[in-house]
Design a protein around this ligand. Structure first.
Ligand code: CO8
Length: 260
């Protein structure tokens, strides 16, 4: 499918989704969110994929937020619908059965930071800058930022970032636990691909179940989360991949997983 505001490229078991509207630092409009929704549907349908990388086009930005020129004239109802669309799309991204990796190559502000937060792993280039500057515009984060950031870095750090509207550099983002690793601009995508390829070599059904256990468990009490894990663990027994993975270990060879 052809998109105007993003690119979706497939290479073996990996897909790379590039938000591509560099003239506005990849800011998200309603049409770009609708395209993102369609692209995620395309990804979800492709059963050969094992990992999705999300990044931004150009040298400067991952995504510099929701498009302020579009939002500026919104009525309350339009704002509710726009935030609803953003929430729906980011929930779809988060709920993909395959792991997702954000390669943050520049500004990740507002909705852009929230897009990264909906990915499972976040890596950043030295040029990246993160922030939720919405209160400076008389708004609050509207694509899940108040929820996902607080869950990732803790309530006080999230409140500090949201209340001050500060932009933090990649090193600080790593220090607060928002980013896993900081790499040079040239090494960012190769690093993300290497991580994605490593994930792709593991049992796909197991990786999906592990992702579900962590995600659903994070919103549950320990007892419920542990029960979820136990059910997922048990469910894997009897899958072809579990049989193959354990057999390959015993036979001292690399497993050949089929994803079933
Ligand atoms: N929206 C629209 N256009 C943008 C945006 C944006 N978020 N960010 C940058 N642009 C445009 C600029 O207007 C400029 O366009 P033009 O060349 O036509 O003047 C072009 O991109 C290049 O940007 P700058 O010239 O400003 O580049 P600088 O290097 O000087 O500055 C910054 C880069 C610091 C990133 C600056 O562009 C900036 O501050 N951008 C806005 C960042 C921001 O506030 N983002 C948060 C937006 S609010 C949000 O995301 C809310 C999400 C939830 C919404 C819920 C809805 C109800």
């Amino acid at each position: 499918m052809a998109y105007e505001n993003l690119r979706l490229d497939f290479e073996g078991p990996l897909a790379t989704l590039t938000i591509d509207r560099p003239k506005a630092l990849n800011a998200l409009t309603t049409p770009s969110l609708r395209e993102l929704e369609a692209a995620l549907r395309e990804v979800a349908k492709n059963k050969d994929l094992r990992c999705l990388i999300v990044t931004g086009a150009g040298e400067k930005a991952f995504v510099a937020g929701a498009d302020i020129t579009e939002m500026a004239g919104y009525t309350t109802c339009e704002a509710r619908d726009f935030a609803g669309l953003g929430h729906r799309v980011l929930a779809m991204l988060e709920a993909l059965s395959i792991p997702t990796v954000a390669a943050v190559n520049g500004f990740a502000l507002g909705g852009g930071c929230e897009l990264a937060l909906a990915c499972d792993l976040i890596y950043a280039s030295e040029k990246a800058k993160f922030g939720l500057p919405e209160v400076g515009l008389g708004l609050i984060p509207g694509f899940g930022g108040t929820q996902r950031l607080a869950r990732l870095v803790g309530r006080a750090r999230a409140m500090e970032l949201i209340f001050t509207a500060d932009k933090i550099d990649a090193a600080k983002a790593r220090e607060v636990g928002l980013v896993l690793e900081v790499l040079s601009a040239e090494k960012l995508l190769p690093h993300c691909r290497a991580v994605a390829e490593k994930i792709a070599r593991n049992g796909p059904v197991a990786v999906t179940q592990a992702k579900r256990s962590v995600l659903f468990g994070a919103d549950a009490d320990l007892r419920t989360g542990s029960e979820l894990e136990r059910q997922s663990f048990a469910m894997l027994f009897g899958t072809e991949d579990q049989v193959e993975g354990c057999k390959a270990f015993v036979e001292k060879r690399a497993p050949s997983f089929k994803g079933r």
